[in-house]
Design a protein around this ligand. Structure first.
Ligand SMILES: *Cc1c(COP(=O)(O)O)cnc(C)c1O
Length: 497
């Protein structure tokens, strides 16, 4: 299996090269040259495996340049109960008739990003060895909150790597900020940026593709790679849990092999839902992929009209990991929907960079509508949904997952579609304790973050994840705040260049 760039189909690299480079030299994203398929029998047999072996099975179809031993090394280290507080790595909760919560937050940082970021460091270091790379890998991350912490936990003290994370100063939850500021490890750095997530991400992308900076790094025996979902090594682990969930539902007799399901994903950078799209095209029977947004609803408009327009106000919400106006992974989807037309991708994403807007062809519009549905909700509706789920089903969910539930409920009332549905539950409610507690009790509370966590535990009867409980006593290590114009120099300075 080789990988092409979305902006140049003639680029052909191995998975090890795609993973170490992160992003293609001309700014495109790597995609596998074809989507491998699974038969229904294979899907059924996956249900009898443990999670690490399910992952091995999927990866062996994508990472064909890795040996079996190399893939096992990655999966066995990443998906073990020493990192996850669930025997099955992910959990499926039966919520209400025909609706299942796929809980992806049983990892060390309590968000679904762990599913990919626990394994990415193994992919990266293995890839670097395979291609005889003698450089130290520098991971630069732009985060809307959860990626940063999950990447820091994944890469801390991993030999041959260092990691630097930028987050928007006012765009993450207090718990997320505290998680990052107290990060341990000798090869880690964390810095706040005055700006929003898009500023962080644009800055990181510009530094990545800056030839002068790259030359400087090269001279110093360093090279950049990315832990953002622009890296294929972030995306492919996410395909696994959709295949896994389907196989599990079949095994448990909740669905019959071959039955279609809907998949609902609270979406920001479009990585998680793109993984669901890949799972579908590998052979998981899917009816609709439902893309749920908060009031930064650029994707809702795009899926409904075919016009992507980021020229709109940016809102900070109670679901900060979805406060994004430029969803990077959409580029991969559009590459596939245009039958790999790199010229069109260059045109559209060129327009996005200069005008902040592009409109896709009629053909792509109809393909989008065929596979996807989209909706959004505001903060009040998000909190009302948390409250309702708790009252009706004694289930406590986080703010991002609640957006997905609300958008799904709206979809169901509008269409009457009774297809069994999997909702991606992307974070532990404890991670967004202020908004969750407000939703549960109805009213703002002025107790501190940790008291809120305790109160949620009292109400929900769910154990507090130890990683969050321990934060209270950890010393703060990182407090730098910089202007976005200083980002490049900050990176060079931190690397000692
Ligand atoms: C990152 C994140 C999302 C958005 O996922 P994308 O892959 O960026 O679309 C949703 N919910 C939570 C909790 C997240 O951390």
């Amino acid at each position: 299996m080789l990988y092409n760039s979305t902006r140049n189909s003639n680029v052909k690299v191995s998975s090890a090269e795609a993973i170490t480079q992160g992003i293609s030299a001309e700014g495109g994203l790597f995609v596998p040259e074809s989507i491998p398929t699974l038969t229904l029998d294979e899907i059924k047999s996956i249900g009898d495996m443990k999670y690490a072996d399910r992952a091995f099975y999927i990866f062996s179809k994508y990472l064909t340049d890795f040996t079996e031993a190399e893939i096992h090394y990655c999966t066995d280290n990443a998906y073990s109960t020493k990192n996850f507080d669930s025997e099955n790595i992910t959990e499926i909760s039966h919520l209400f008739d025909g609706t299942y919560m796929l809980e992806l937050w049983h990892g060390p940082t309590c968000a679904f990003k762990d599913m990919a970021l626990q394994i990415l460091p193994y992919f990266l270091t293995t890839s670097a060895k395979k291609i005889n790379l003698d450089k130290k890998i520098v991971i630069l991350v732009a985060t809307s909150g959860d990626t940063g912490k999950a990447a820091l936990e994944g890469f801390k003290d991993v030999e041959g790597t260092s990691i630097l994370v930028f987050y928007p100063e006012d765009g993450v939850s207090p718990m997320q900020k505290r998680q990052m500021k107290t990060q341990e490890g000798s090869n880690v750095g964390v810095c706040a940026l005055k700006g929003n997530f898009d500023d962080c991400q644009n800055g990181v992308k510009a530094i990545f593709t800056n030839d002068e900076v790259k030359a400087e790094l090269d001279k110093n025996g360093l090279m950049f790679s990315s832990a953002n979902s622009i890296n294929w090594g972030r995306l492919v682990p996410q395909v696994v849990y959709y295949v896994s969930a389907y196989a599990e539902l079949v095994k448990d007799g909740e669905i019959n092999l071959g039955d279609k399901i809907n998949i609902v994903v609270p979406t920001g950078n479009f990585g998680n839902i793109l993984a669901a799209y890949y799972a579908k095209h590998m052979g998981i029977p899917v009816n609709k992929l439902i893309c749920a947004s908060n009031i930064n609803n650029v994707l809702t408009d795009f899926i409904n009209t075919g016009i992507y327009d980021r020229n709109r106000d940016f809102h900070t919400t109670v679901s900060p990991s979805m406060d994004i106006l430029i969803s990077s992974n959409l580029e991969r989807l559009l590459y596939l929907l245009t039958d790999r037309n790199d010229a069109l991708i260059r045109e559209w994403f060129g327009k996005l960079a200069t005008e902040g807007r592009y409109e896709v062809s009629d053909d792509v519009k109809s393909k989008l509508k065929e596979e996807f549905c989209a909706g959004f909700c505001d903060d009040v509706q998000t909190k009302d949904t948390i409250h309702e789920l708790f009252e009706k089903y004694s289930y406590t969910c986080d703010t991002h997952t609640a957006v997905a539930v609300k958008v799904y409920n709206d979809y169901k009332s509008a269409t009457g579609d009774n297809t069994r549905t999997v909702i991606a539950s992307t974070a532990s409610p404890y991670k967004f304790s202020s908004a969750v507690l407000e939703a549960l009790e109805g009213g703002v509370s002025d107790i501190d973050e940790y008291a809120k966590v305790d109160r949620i535990a009292e109400l929900s009867k769910m154990p507090v994840p130890s990683a969050l409980a321990d934060l209270k006593t950890k010393p703060e290590r990182f407090s730098d705040v910089i202007d976005k114009t200083e980002q490049k120099n900050y990176v060079l300075k931190t690397l000692g260049i």
